[in-house]
Design a protein around this ligand. Structure first.
Ligand code: NDP
Ligand code: ZN
Length: 353
């Protein structure tokens, strides 16, 4: 089969490869729609998790099941499915500890386009299909469904980990698709004032749509100062980090109030150390909590998010600014994600309707 792969750091291209055979609990899926992720960009062009050779990229897909193993009970060939970016090994101690994202090793629930061939292929393999797939309802478009697999679960996780209370003020640093979903998640969790940080007009408009009351442009100067000015020197209760470089952690710690939470979902692709400012962290005694998380995956998470889309709690269509028809456009879509033109939030490649 054909797949679009990372050939090495900074190198991508089309390759021919056999797909991994389905074990008794697994499935083989043919993609109907896929989307490139900013994480693919960190992985390939920054070498953020080290070198990879001929590894097929992509971890955001909806598809149709073409084959299932003998022990798969809930899915059959022909089923249209939402495939989470994170497909854990559900029989692992980390799952028992409550962190499926790290099943059998840190970040190891993230398999596609991390250490296993991803979804930018004619077929791909899904481990533990009963636990990792979810049926796609007819009411949800392919474009929106593919946004559930990663953008929605990640952005919402940023809001979940921020422990937002009714009325909490929340700053969201980065308003790409992930940050936009953090804004939507913060609003659904009862946030009071929401401040988004970004610059691209298309993202600013979407941030307001999803619930941002104010926008701070990091290109206009220090975002800590801007947010302090907006909050009359008080800062915010919660910060969600969904973009920017390693300097944003220090900024988040500066702008969050004592007792507040800094919740990171950004993939920090460069730099060895993420510095925390000593004084702003109360010399270590400010009760400012810092947490970072990989998005939840698996079937239950997908089914719950699918319901939120199906029952109109959130409209994902605003995330998709570019739609391509045809498998061969995966390359163009990935490069668009690298270049981030002004009018882009997310591209989706439709392979088959
Ligand atoms: P985008 O590149 O689309 O968005 C990044 C945002 O950060 C943009 O709004 C951008 O502004 C803003 N930004 C850039 N530089 C700064 C800065 N110096 N200060 C403040 N804001 C800045 O990314 P995505 O939304 O697609 O993804 C966000 C991150 O989440 C990525 O690192 C991605 O890899 C990661 N991710 C993490 C996952 C997880 O499980 N934790 C899963 C999926 C993705 P501008 O408007 O100027 O572009
Ligand atoms: Zn991703």
């Amino acid at each position: 089969m054909k797949g679009f792969a990372m050939l090495g750091i900074n190198k991508v291209g089309w390759i021919e490869k056999d797909y991994q055979k389905a074990g008794s609990y697994d499935a083989i899926v043919r993609p109907l729609a896929v989307s490139p992720c900013t994480s693919d960009i960190h992985t390939v062009f920054e070498g953020a998790i080290g070198d990879r050779h001929d590894m097929i990229l992509g971890h955001e897909a909806v598809g149709v099941v073409v084959e299932v193993g003998s022990e798969v009970k809930e899915f059959k060939p022909g089923d249209r499915v939402v495939v989470p970016a994170i497909t854990p090994d559900w029989r692992s101690l980390e799952v028992q500890a409550g962190f499926h994202q790290h099943s059998n090793g840190m970040l190891a629930g993230w398999k596609f386009s991390n250490f296993k061939d991803g979804v930018f292929a004619e077929y791909f393999h899904v481990n533990d299909a009963d636990m990792n797939l979810a049926l796609l309802p007819d009411e949800i478009s392919l474009e929106s469904a593919v946004m559930i697999t990663d953008m929605m679960t990640t952005g919402f996780h940023g809001a979940e980990n921020a422990e937002i209370q009714m009325g909490s003020s929340v700053a969201v640093i980065g308003i790409g698709a992930v940050g936009l979903m953090s804004i939507a998640g913060a609003k659904l969790n009862g946030a009071g004032r929401i401040i988004g940080v970004g610059s691209r007009p298309v993202c600013v408009e979407a941030a307001k749509f999803y619930g941002a009351n104010d926008i701070v442009n990091y290109r206009d100067g220090d975002i800590v100062k801007q947010i302090m000015d907006l909050t009359k020197g008080k800062g915010v209760d919660r910060v969600i980090m969904a973009g920017g470089g390693i300097e944003t952690l220090a900024q988040a710690v500066e702008m969050v109030k004592p007792g507040g939470v800094v919740s990171n979902v950004n993939y920090h692709g460069t730099g060895d150390i993420l510095p925390v400012p000593r004084l702003a962290w109360g010399c270590g005694m400010a009760h400012k909590k810092i947490v970072g998380g990989l998005c939840p995956g698996g079937r239950l998470r997908m089914e719950m998010l699918i319901d939120m889309v199906k029952y109109n709690r959130v409209d994902l269509s605003k995330l998709v600014t570019h739609v391509f028809d045809g498998f061969e456009n995966i390359e163009q879509a990935l490069l668009l994600m690298k270049d981030k033109p002004k009018d882009l939030i997310k591209p989706v490649v439709i392979i088959e309707r």
